[in-house]
Design a protein. Sequence first.
Length: 120
Amino acid sequence: MENHKLVLPGDLNQNGYLFGGNLLKWVDEYAWIAASLEFPECKFVTLAMDEVVFKKSVKEGSILNFDIRHLKTGNTSVQYKVNVFCRNTCSEISDTIFSTIITFVNIDSNGKKSAIPVLH
C-alpha cells in the first residue's frame, strides 16, 4: 500500500522541521489502515515499532511517500515494513527519511489477544 502526506506548517517543530511525533503518528495510522484493509475482520492495536531513527530533516511543503508492505502474519499479530520517502523540497528526489517494522496485535472485545482468522 502506498500513501502520501503534505507537510504543513502545523506539522513543524520549533526549529521549522517536521516534528518526529507527527511522522510516527502517520506511520502508525497508515500501516494500521493497510492491516485493517487486509484483515477487515480484525481489531488491531499497535504493539511495537522495531526502530525509530529519523534519517533526514523534512521542511514545510515536502511531500512524503509512505510505502507499506506486509511482512508476515503470526497467530495473533501481523508485521509491516514501512519506508518513508521525501519528495519535493528534500535534498534529493527520493531520500529515505524513515523506515521501521511495525507490529500490530489482534484483540477481542475484552482487549485480549485474539487469533487472526485464516484468509481463504
